[in-house]
Write a protein that binds this ligand. Structure first.
Ligand SMILES: CC(C)(COP(=O)(O)OP(=O)(O)OC[C@H]1O[C@@H](n2cnc3c(N)ncnc32)[C@H](O)[C@@H]1OP(=O)(O)O)[C@@H](O)C(=O)NCCC(=O)NCCS
Length: 181
């Protein structure tokens, strides 16, 4: 792995928190709503309804949803990699299109880290495609808010994650790691 960038500028706030939004662990009944939100992003790899429901059943400690007026408007699916028990790997994060720019994704990520850090889980990893500027900015913001060090490195080549039948191919994925100071 070849790090290509390192940054650790502290001092950002968590953004304009919307008090009408609550963050909680997911429930099994949320699974299909997560699927809808992921589908509607048009940028995330869409998994099956079964996969999202399974996540809501078995990975509640490392995942969360954002709820407003009784409707789930955002989610994070995450897990602890077996070889890195101090790390939360964020698989997908998404906010419904009508609720973006309100600080909801930042609140979900910081809330998850706050929930897990007493258990010694304070490193964060995720992978992001080079074209996903919103996601890049989101994780930079979280790193600054937590005074963490952010490193970015190549991770999955396009050939690793593209089916041979796909003429366009999947974008490569870079791994972002936030390490607490
Ligand atoms: C990425 C995503 C989850 C951000 O959700 P959000 O709730 O709008 O993000 P927030 O309001 O919490 O913003 C967090 C930070 O990211 C920045 N940001 C968010 N969207 C941005 C955009 N489109 N362009 C530039 N910066 C952006 C915000 O300015 C903020 O930075 P700041 O704290 O320095 O001000 C949302 O755009 C989304 O669901 N995208 C589609 C799915 C996706 O790409 N997921 C990530 C890959 S798994």
């Amino acid at each position: 792995m070849h790090p290509i960038e390192v940054s650790s500028t502290p001092g950002i706030t968590e953004g304009a928190a919307d008090d009408a939004v609550s963050i909680r662990p997911p429930a099994i009944s949320d699974g299909t709503r997560l699927w809808e939100i992921a589908r509607d992003t048009a940028v995330l790899d869409l998994n099956s309804t079964y996969a999202y429901t399974l996540w809501c059943a078995d990975f509640t400690e490392t995942s969360c949803v954002a709820e407003r007026d009784g409707e789930v408007v955002g989610f994070i699916t995450g897990y602890i990699p077996p070889s890195r028990p101090d790390t939360i790997f964020i698989w997908q994060v998404a906010v419904d299109g009508t609720h973006r720019g309100l600080g909801i994704a930042g609140r979900m990520l910081n809330g998850l880290l706050d929930r897990l850090s007493p258990q010694g889980i304070s490193r964060l990893e995720t992978t992001i495609t080079p074209s996903n500027k919103a996601s890049d900015q989101l994780f930079r913001s979280v790193a600054r808010a937590r005074y963490g060090t952010l490193s970015v490195a190549d991770h999955f080549d396009s050939s690793d994650i593209s089916p041979r039948s796909d003429p366009h191919g999947h974008e490569p994925e870079r791994i972002y790691t936030i390490t607490p100071v």
